[in-house]
Design a protein around this ligand. Sequence first.
Ligand SMILES: CCCCCCCCCCCCC[C@H](O)CC(=O)SCCNC(=O)CCNC(=O)[C@H](O)C(C)(C)COP(=O)(O)OP(=O)(O)OC[C@H]1O[C@@H](n2cnc3c(N)ncnc32)[C@H](O)[C@@H]1OP(=O)(O)O
Length: 269
Amino acid sequence: MAEPSTHESAPDVRVERDGGLAIVTIDRPKALNALSPDVLSALLGVVESLAAEGSAVRGVLVTGAGGRAFVAGADIRSMAGLTPEQGEEASRLGHRVAAAIEGLSAPVIACVDGFALGGGLELALACDFIYATDASSFGQPEVHLGLIPGFGGTVRLPRAVGLARAKELIYTGRRIDTAEAVAIGLVVRSFPDRESLLAGARATLAEVDANAAPAVALAKRVLVDAAGRRTESATDLEIAAFGDAFRTNDMREGVAAFMEKRDPVFTGV
Ligand SMILES: CCCCCCCCCCCCC[C@H](O)CC(=O)SCCNC(=O)CCNC(=O)[C@H](O)C(C)(C)COP(=O)(O)OP(=O)(O)OC[C@H]1O[C@@H](n2cnc3c(N)ncnc32)[C@H](O)[C@@H]1OP(=O)(O)O
């Protein structure tokens, strides 16, 4: 197979092309690939340009650089000073990225190597399915910051693992390892290391690519739209609630505590 061509798509988001395969890498390792506004906007631009290529794109891998994280969440520093209205706007931006990924006709595999937390897990959930290295971990820790998932987690996590397990993960904010993630259906396949992870994902996309692309595209459309039958109303609920979290003192305290590297002291308001 020809060497993939690499071209810088935008700061912090790289796209490598290998024929019909696109490998999208979030490349902000110093912040564990946290989703800043620039990263999200760049990611949206990348996905929209892949969508514009139509059937020329036969498969997409999404991964994170640095070997420690897929994406460790939305950028907490970027959220610290947001008003509730700006919080809702940020959530809408995140939902636009997720919708653009789900709107691609080609299959998209999230290749997780390290932390997939908060908006990072939500980004992976917007992909068609998740492959991960054995040493990865997953969670929706937003409640530790006085927040809730705001990038589709309250909608897509229950679909992936069931409502009860989604409630447990979102209410506790706890992290689970790859073995548990595979056991509950969050992760489809696990691999010993990054190299085998990416090779395995490429092999799956090649297997899919051997099938009729229009049929795969139609199957994806139905699977996404049927699952998301009530997506619009569900995500509107989440967006409003995400904005409400920004109205709480606990959210300000949770974010400040993280940045000051101390335990938060929540007051319940
Ligand atoms: C229009 C304005 C938009 C602005 C918002 C951005 C877009 C919004 C997207 C839509 C809404 C998103 C909704 C989402 O559901 C909300 C969230 O995702 S909230 C965040 C959830 N994630 C977390 O809470 C994880 C936070 N990180 C950690 O707990 C730990 O870092 C770790 C992952 C357990 C690893 O711990 P360690 O190994 O000890 O490593 P460090 O903690 O030292 O981290 C190294 C380095 O990375 C920085 N960092 C890590 N995570 C984040 C982060 N999420 N945001 C910003 N920075 C992060 C960390 O601060 C360290 O940097 P340093 O302090 O050394 O400079």
